[in-house]
Design a protein around this ligand. Structure first.
Ligand code: ADP
Ligand code: ADP
Length: 223
């Protein structure tokens, strides 16, 4: 089933120095359950593409459909993970995970417990962000994004600031989540090894900014 349909997507930025075409005539379809990694050099438009899918950037032309509905703004069914965790420093791990829910706390307890186990943070429920390592903090933001079972998880170089050991642990955690939940993933990175290791399909963005050169399907080789 096609979950995301992008066609003829254009995005330009006007600055004092002129117009930058960040994305030009992008077409991309993503099926439910795929793990897409998007690679390309710095400045080729990866972040812009992800923000448009997230509904965080709506100043574009062309069509972006998620589950056959036009993306018109951010919503709970599109989880977004930034390079920096962006947690609330005054809330515990548990409360950070539940922070986006306007419902009564006890209604979410079971779900929060489940997510803490999924991202391997047992024992840290009551810790504050400043007590966590970078990898742990990023796992909290992943749990928070998963709270209401989003249709898609959008990750913008989420492990870029982490050391190699932590990054490889985070990759295992993310693959585990993907295998258990079958959440559709769109993961931006400029690390080609990471892109190939994680993906069920790699999308390569052209060195010429804002175009997709090639989409290479790769056999699923995860257990
Ligand atoms: P990447 O994520 O691949 O590094 P970006 O999507 O951040 O690339 O940027 C793509 C192009 O659009 C770059 O030329 C960048 O400078 C430009 N760009 C991105 N955001 C803005 C902005 N808010 N204002 C002006 N130019 C921007
Ligand atoms: P990333 O590595 O995630 O692409 P960047 O450092 O390229 O991050 O961009 C960080 C933020 O700055 C992004 O939100 C992007 O939209 C914005 N940005 C990128 N290029 C420009 C630019 N030339 N002018 C203004 N904002 C920009």
């Amino acid at each position: 089933m096609t979950l995301l349909q992008i066609s003829k997507l254009d995005r330009s930025f006007e600055t004092g120095k002129g117009v930058t075409k960040a994305l030009e005539q992008i077409d991309l379809n993503v099926n439910q359950g795929e793990f897409i990694t998007v690679i390309g050099p710095s400045g080729c438009g990866k972040s812009t593409l992800l923000k448009i899918i997230a509904g965080l950037d709506t100043s574009h032309e062309g069509s972006v459909l998620l589950d056959n509905q036009k993306v018109s703004g951010p919503s709970i069914d599109k989880g977004f993970i930034f390079q920096e965790p962006r947690l609330f420093p005054w809330l515990t791990v548990e409360k950070n995970i539940a922070a986006n829910l306007p419902v009564k706390e006890n209604a979410t307890q079971g779900r929060v417990r489940e997510l803490i186990n999924l991202v391997r943070l047992e024992g840290f429920e009551n810790a504050y962000p400043k007590e966590l390592s970078g990898g742990m903090a990023q796992r909290v933001s992943i749990a928070r994004a998963l709270l209401r079972n989003p249709k898609v998880l959008l990750l913008d170089e989420p492990f870029g600031a982490l050391d190699a050991f932590t990054r490889s642990h985070m990759q295992e955690v993310l693959l585990d989540i993907w295998q258990k939940n079958r959440t559709t993933m769109i993961f931006v990175t400029h690390d080609i090894d990471e892109a190939i290791y994680l993906a069920s399909r790699v999308v390569i963005m052209n060195p010429r900014p804002g175009t997709i050169r090639e989409v290479i399907p790769i056999e699923l080789n995860h257990p």
